[in-house]
Structures are given as C-alpha cells and as structure tokens.
Design a protein around this ligand. Structure first.
Ligand code: SF4
Length: 460
C-alpha cells in the first residue's frame, strides 16, 4: 500500500493514512493519523520528513502515545517506576514484575524539540536555576513540576556515581523539590590491575570483578525497592525471564541495525532508526508491543532489501553518528546533504547488546550496567565506536555535541582523534540546539563538507 520507499511530509502522510484506512489496512489500537499529535502540541512533526511505510507509522504512533499508555497503566492499577539515567538496566528488572511499568522521565530531553519549544519546559528549568549550561535533560524538571506530560511515578530510581554531572545535579534539584529518589551507585569503570580478577562485559569492555560485585549489590537494593512497590517477590527466575524478553527486543534491533546500516542501499531513514533504537531502553512502556513494532519494521526492511528498493542515492556517504541530536530534524538534514546513517552510538550501546543468559540474572544485569559507555573513559568509548565503524563499513563520523552536556566538552575530540588516527577516516563535530532552524546553514555546511570529503576519498 505504501508503494516504493520514500520520505514524505506530514501532509503527505495525512493523505496516505486516509488511503490506508480506505483500503482496510489494519492498525494498532493506538494508531491514527500523525497529524493528531500536532494538534496535541508536537509541532516539530510538521517540519520533518518521514518514512512512508505503515511500519514506520506504527513506530511513530507507538512512541507518541506513551503518555497515554502510562496513564492507562496507572488507571489499571499498575505501579509506575521512573527510571533515571542508567538507560536500559533498571527497566529490565521492573518489567520482570507483572504489575510495574517503567519509563524514563529523562525522555523529556526531546520535548522541547518535538513541541517546538511551545511547552515552556526549559523556561521552567531556568526559573529553578538550571539554565542552558545544562543539557536538554533539564526539561525533565519542568515536566515534573507541570505534571502536563508523564504521570508522576510511584517510585523514582536514579543511578549516580559515574554519571554525567548534568544529570546528577538535575536529579538532586528534583529531589530537593519534593520528589523522593532511590539512588543507586555505579562506579567509574576502570582497568583491572595486575593479578586482579577481571570479567568481560557484554559488548567487549572489561571490568574488575569487585566492581561488578558492587554494582550487583546496588541492584539488589533496587530489586528490594521494586518488590515493595509491587507488593510481591521478584525472584531470580522472574528476572531471568525478564532478561530473556529484553533480549528478544535486542535481537530484533540487532538485525534491524545490521541490515539498515550495513546494506549497500538504505532501507530505512536515519530518523526512524533513531526512534527504533530508543525503544531498547525501556520498551516505550509496553514490552510485548515494542517487540511487535520492531518486528514489523524489520519485516519492512527485509522486504525492501529483497526487492532492492532503497530510499537514498546509492552513492550516499556512509556516516557513523555519535550521540543523539537534540533536534530530530538534523537526522533528515544528514540525508538531505548526501549522507546516510551507517552505524550509531547514542550513549546506550549497553542497552543494545544482549544480556548474558548463562549467568545468575543479577550478575548479568550488573555486567550490563557496567558496560554503559558513559561510565568508562572516553578512550574506551572511542575504541568501541571504532570497532562498530569497521563492522558497519562507515566512511566518516559525525559527532553531535549536546548543548550544555558536561561530557561533550572533551570526549568529542577524543573520539574524533581515535577515528582519524586508527581508521584514517574523517570526523566532524556539530552542535544543534533542540530547535536548530537558525543554525541550518552552519549545520548544512559542516555536514556537506564531511560528505564531500568521503566522496573525494572514494575517487583516490
Ligand atoms: S549530559 Fe549527556 S549523558 Fe548527561 S543527561 Fe545530558 S545527554 Fe545524557
């Protein structure tokens, strides 16, 4: 029904949606035209280009109806857990309980972009002394205070220790405003010393066994708090089953990323791939539906590749993207400039790697938590990025600096240097605020220069 793959505007999606309905194409209960989200305030949608498949429409609708799902979960008697900062670990535990739904209040990060700053969340953060010297996650403060976005969680759990300064400071401010938080500590991952017992983590990093044991003990505290929240036991078999289900989602994403980023043609735009990857962190508040959404997207990608139907110029420069962009429109811009995403590292590769199933489940989760690229040195993150670049066959790296983010001051240079010296590939850094329209010329110039460098290197 969607015809050949194409990127289309919101207005074109409205017409196509009407045609899909007229043809009787089935849709999920949360389905509907994308335009209704604009009427709810998601104004940035009017300026984006979307993939034209029903699978992509389902993905967008799934993402943009999360708040409704959370309200329904509460109305249905479920407990809501606000997981913060760890990006992918605590939700695996939470979804091991039948009556708990986890989400990331950190997701407010994108509200100023999606709502085109009409939400006033950053202004609210400003008024609390959390100004633009912090990253866009400060929008979370406004979302808590206004209560206009997600329901206030029954329990908030936040990782602290080797996390970014921004998040720690903002979460502390939140607690000071009267929202109690259960803190759990994750230490800075370090190299094993000579003679020290060392374990391999998912994804290939290594850490001292004593650090893993410490994280495991911290996660045990989280488990106990979850049992109190749920009013029932969360035993090892239940956690093991939660890990199996999380791995189902991770395996779907693994194949999706492999096909989308490695194939000679581009079967799915960078923007929809970004949304798909984000689902790994907390399943967008419905783990089973999340798996179905990804399975349909994967089916679409497989079909396009079988039919040899790509979206972009076959000669598009293959670009590895580092860090999520504060303005989603930059993902469109990359493709408008002649590039395509061939590999990504959006700060949560540990949420994409499969969790070991041959270990005691809490040990497996502790190892996964320590594999977070943000709790180790930037040098290790750069190594992982270099090996993923080789795996996906990328020809250049685009590092998206996050405005105000404390870690971005130095790590971009470390990553760019590693890419240039080890792989002899070009790297460029850009910085985009949540609505980057006034920076479009600069951003375009930098991305086009990167693409040009790739194209000229091919001729040598
Ligand atoms: S500074 Fe970076 S790691 Fe910290 S909350 Fe912001 S984007 Fe996430």
């Amino acid at each position: 029904m969607s015809g050949r793959p194409a990127k289309i505007s919101l207005a074109q999606w409205e017409e196509q949606y009407a045609a899909l309905r007229a043809a009787g194409t089935p849709e999920a209960p949360y389905g509907g035209p994308l335009g209704r989200h604009v009427r709810d305030g998601d104004l940035r949608l009017t300026e984006l280009q979307f993939d034209n498949s029903p699978a992509a429409l389902r993905l967008w609708n799934f993402l943009l109806t999360e708040e409704d799902r959370l309200h329904q979960a509460r109305a249905g008697g479920k407990k809501l857990l606000g997981a913060m900062k760890d990006l992918g670990t605590v939700p695996v535990l939470a979804y091991s309980l039948p009556n708990v739904v986890a989400f990331y209040p950190d997701g407010a990060w994108w509200l100023p972009c999606v709502m085109r700053m009409s939400d006033g969340l950053l202004a609210m953060a400003d008024s609390l002394g959390v100004d633009e010297s912090f990253c866009p996650v400060r929008a979370m403060l406004g979302a808590f205070l206004s209560g206009a976005h997600f329901p206030i969680p029954d329990l908030c759990v936040c990782s602290v220790g080797a996390t970014c300064d921004d998040f720690s400071a903002i979460a502390q401010r939140l607690e000071g405003l009267g929202y109690p938080i259960l803190w759990w500590e994750i230490p800075a991952r370090r190299r094993c010393e000579a003679g020290e017992e060392c374990v391999e983590l998912p994804g290939g990093f290594r850490a001292p066994a004593r650090q893993v044991a410490f994280v495991r003990s911290e996660l045990e505290r989280v488990r106990t708090a979850l049992e109190h929240l749920a009013g029932g036991r969360l035993d090892d078999p239940a956690v093991a089953e939660g890990i199996r289900q999380a791995n189902k989602v991770r395996r779907l994403l693994k194949e999706l990323r492999s096909l989308a980023y490695s194939s000679p043609i581009c079967p799915m735009p960078a923007l929809e791939m970004l949304l798909a990857e984000m689902l790994a962190i907390h399943f967008c508040s419905d783990r089973d539906e999340c798996a179905d959404v990804l399975a349909e997207l994967l089916q679409e990608v497989r079909g396009r590749l079988r039919r040899q139907e790509g979206l972009l110029d076959r000669e598009a420069a293959r670009v590895f993207v580092v860090n999520p962009v504060a303005d989603l429109r930059v993902m469109n811009l990359l493709e408008d400039c002649g590039g395509r995403a061939c590999g990504t590292e959006y700060l949560f590769c540990h949420a994409l790697d499969e969790i070991p199933q041959d270990l005691p489940p809490m040990e497996a989760l502790a190892r996964m938590a320590l594999a977070d690229p943000m709790v180790g040195p930037a040098r290790e993150r750069a190594e992982r990025i270099c090996s993923d670049i080789l795996a996906f066959g990328a020809e250049a790296v685009l590092i998206c600096r996050i405005p105000g983010a404390s870690h971005c001051a130095t790590e971009g240079a470390v990553i760019a240097q590693a890419v240039r010296s080890r792989l002899c590939l070009p790297a460029a850094e850009i910085e985009a605020p949540p609505v980057s329209d006034s920076f479009q010329t600069t951003l375009r110039t930098r991305i086009e220069a990167l693409v040009e460098t790739v194209l000229s290197a091919r001729k040598r």
